[in-house]
Write a new protein. Structure first.
Length: 64
C-alpha cells in the first residue's frame, strides 16, 4: 500500500512541477490543439518534455 501511495504522490509531484517548467511553445500548442484533442494533451506534452529535455541545459528537468 505504501508503494502505491508513493507512486501516485510522486506522479502528482512530477506532473505539477512539470507544468511549471513546461516550455512556452508547448503551452501555445496546447491552447491551439486543446479544443480538438482534449485536456490530456498538456499532460502528454509535460511527460514528453521531461523525458526528452536536456538536463544539462535546463536545471529544473534534472531536478524533477
Amino acid at each position: 500500500m505504501r508503494k502505491t501511495a508513493a507512486f501516485f504522490l510522486s506522479l502528482f509531484l512530477v506532473l505539477s512541477l512539470g507544468y511549471a517548467t513546461l516550455h512556452p511553445a508547448y503551452l501555445l500548442m496546447t491552447d491551439w490543439l486543446g479544443p480538438m484533442v482534449g485536456s490530456s494533451l498538456l499532460s502528454v506534452f509535460t511527460l514528453i518534455y521531461l523525458l526528452l529535455g536536456d538536463p544539462l541545459s535546463f536545471f529544473m528537468v534534472a531536478f524533477i
